[in-house]
Design a protein around this ligand. Structure first.
Ligand code: 5GP
Ligand code: ZN
Length: 114
């Protein structure tokens, strides 16, 4: 999508530190990390929010979660543990409207979140 920041990252119009890429997914370092490891996992398909997913995206969403599990192992945060989350719309704190799964690790997180 033309004016989407993450579509520009996918199309390499904006440079970022990519840690994983395949034909359907991309993962890269968050520009403003909230933990020692803070990755964003995105589909190459533009979907603006979690409100816009349907059954047709079932395998794509599953692949995103599987990739989070794989990257947690690769980045050596799986044993200590990590946090994954999707933010949706204003109350969820979403600022980029192309769905992304945050993968955060390397420190302890609190619950409930603020
Ligand atoms: P949200 O608040 O929508 O859940 O998360 C958006 C995330 O994208 C934020 O954590 C923010 O730091 C990150 N971000 C925003 N712009 C850029 C960018 O240009 N490059 C990278 N790598 N991350 C970005
Ligand atoms: Zn997009």
């Amino acid at each position: 999508m033309k004016d989407c920041l993450f579509c520009k990252i996918i199309n390499k119009e904006i440079q970022t530190n990519i840690v994983y890429e395949d034909d359907r997914l991309l993962a890269f370092n968050d520009i403003n990390p909230q933990a020692p490891i803070h990755l964003l996992i995105i589909p190459k398909l533009h979907i603006s929010t979690l409100n816009h997913i349907g059954l047709e995206h079932k395998s794509l969403i599953g692949e995103m979660v599987l990739l989070a599990s794989k990257l947690a192992k690769d980045f050596d945060i799986s044993d200590n543990g990590y946090r994954t989350n999707f933010n949706c719309n204003s109350h969820g704190g979403q600022t980029v409207f192309h769905i992304h799964l945050h993968l955060l690790g390397g420190r302890k997180f609190h619950w409930p979140p603020g």
